[in-house]
Design a protein around this ligand. Structure first.
Ligand SMILES: C[S@@+](CC[C@H](N)C(=O)[O-])C[C@H]1O[C@@H](n2cnc3c(N)ncnc32)[C@H](O)[C@@H]1O
Length: 269
């Protein structure tokens, strides 16, 4: 596992360690439900047996059950979406080995994040319902399959937040790709054609890409934070954007950022 993946997992774990008890205790003994969605779940393990993001989330929730902060009145829907059939199978097998309480509903869905979560939201909309409080972790490898419209739809529901990996180095490299089909992904990912103007402008392109994505997320979310991941030779590889409408969630994510980057609270290199 590369060091910035370990840092990404530490950020996720640190935030979830704060998020689960806040939402879990929010129901004050009444029946309730929360959703944890991992839209690009992966195979559930890395080369040296390190666990993937799905187990990190389940382990965080389990620790809160043990400490009494997640009571059986709150059902937790864990929805793990993975497009590769063999990865989805492997993940389902790994997760089936975990001992979880009956109020944890763990589902691995083989499919595309945008289709799976889009149809969950369509069903809710058709019933005139609302999405239960949700944390959606969106961790693609690349820049397609993460339509901005979907982030907007998730964020339009109360107590729903997204944590998105924007692979800025890739995006910068591919923005001027000669194949129109490749370039056509960008307006969908950013929710605006303005992204196509970035290569035509003078100045720092990476900065312009990140500022545009932040501006877009600020339309549906009051609070938007960013954590930058740098690779070898300190090149800026990707940024994790957190978007929420809740000051407390934002404060907790900032705490997670400061825990991983004690100097500046926003970068791992
Ligand atoms: C960066 S990895 C995820 C790593 C995982 N979140 C973790 O931290 O352990 C991205 C995963 O998304 C899967 N994937 C690619 N496109 C997808 C899509 N459109 N919908 C769902 N999964 C997808 C890939 O097969 C890959 O396993």
């Amino acid at each position: 596992m590369v060091p910035h993946t370990a840092a990404k997992h530490e950020l996720l774990k640190t935030y979830l360690d704060r998020w689960f008890p806040i939402l879990g205790l929010d129901f004050r003994g009444q029946p309730g439900r929360i959703n944890y969605i991992d839209g690009f779940a992966g195979p559930g393990e890395y080369d040296r047996g390190e666990i993937g993001s799905p187990q990190i989330a389940i382990q965080s929730a389990l620790a809160h059950v043990q400490s009494g902060n997640l009571l059986p009145n709150v059902e937790i829907n864990f929805i793990f979406v993975e497009s590769k059939p063999e990865f989805a199978r492997n993940l389902a097998e790994k997760l089936s080995q975990l001992q979880v309480p009956s109020h944890f509903k763990v589902k691995v869905i083989q499919g595309e994040f945008a289709d799976v979560v889009g149809s969950i939201l369509d069903d809710i909309q058709a019933r005139g319902g609302a999405l239960a409080p949700t944390f959606a972790f969106v961790d693609p490898f690349g820049f397609s399959g993460i339509p901005f419209e979907l982030m907007q739809r998730i964020l339009s529901h109360r107590k729903c937040e997204v944590y998105i990996n924007i692979m800025v180095e890739f995006i910068n490299r591919f923005l001027q790709h000669p194949d129109e089909d490749v370039v056509a992904h960008f307006p969908r990912t950013f929710g605006t054609d303005e992204v196509l103007e970035i290569p035509l402008q003078a100045g720092d392109r990476v900065r312009a890409i990140l500022e545009l994505y932040k501006r877009q997320l600020s339309l549906p979310a009051k609070y938007v934070g960013r954590f930058d991941m740098h690779g070898r030779k300190d090149q800026h590889t990707y940024s994790l954007f957190f978007a929420s409408n809740h000051p407390r969630g934002f404060q907790k994510m900032k705490e997670a950022h400061w825990k991983v980057d004690k100097a500046n609270g926003g970068k791992f290199s």
